[in-house]
Design a protein around this ligand. Structure first.
Ligand SMILES: Cc1cc2nc3c(=O)[nH]c(=O)nc-3n(C[C@H](O)[C@H](O)[C@H](O)COP(=O)(O)O)c2cc1C
Length: 142
């Protein structure tokens, strides 16, 4: 079965809410999913995934340092050819998702459009997140 791994950092749960909705959308397409807070994540799991979604809120014009460290630690794993998504909640800028996108792209991952939601996602934004999860799943289903 195709597999999506979702790893996220969050300070006040907004990015976590997005992660949950992305997972719901992917599961509805019949894809296996694993979702973890970055503090509990193990980089070796990513080698066995077909798609990787990494999320971080924007804090001080950047992604969370824990997410940045996790991404940097991936450099010795072969991730080329996988499908990727950068996502996160923000207040006024997009540095976190842009940074995630750039790093994953540099590892040879085929990125889909970033998912950025302002502050706390409402029902409409959660539905959008589910749709993005479904899209990711459809790209890795055979
Ligand atoms: C201390 C602090 C710094 C922040 N810095 C930024 C920032 O530089 N750019 C931005 O777009 N939003 C900034 N925000 C807003 C957060 O990105 C926003 O509240 C987001 O929803 C937090 O997501 P989370 O609940 O997943 O942690 C900041 C919020 C706080 C509390």
């Amino acid at each position: 079965m195709s597999k999506l791994i979702i790893i996220y950092g969050t300070g006040s749960h907004n990015t976590e809410r997005m992660a949950v909705a992305i997972e719901e959308g992917a599961r509805a397409e019949g894809v296996e999913t694993v979702m973890k807070n970055v503090n509990d994540a193990n980089k070796d799991e990513l080698a066995h995934a077909d798609a990787i979604a990494i999320g971080s809120p924007n804090y001080n014009n950047a992604m969370m340092p824990t997410v940045r460290k996790f991404l940097d630690d991936l450099r010795d794993i072969d991730l080329s050819g996988k499908v990727g998504l950068a996502f996160g909640s923000y207040g006024w800028g997009f540095e976190a998702t842009q940074g995630i996108n750039n790093i994953l792209k540099s590892y040879g991952i085929e990125m889909i459009q970033d998912l950025c939601i302002k502050r706390m996602p409402g029902e409409e934004e959660l539905e959008l997140s589910r749709r993005v999860g479904s899209l990711l799943a459809c790209k890795i289903k055979n």
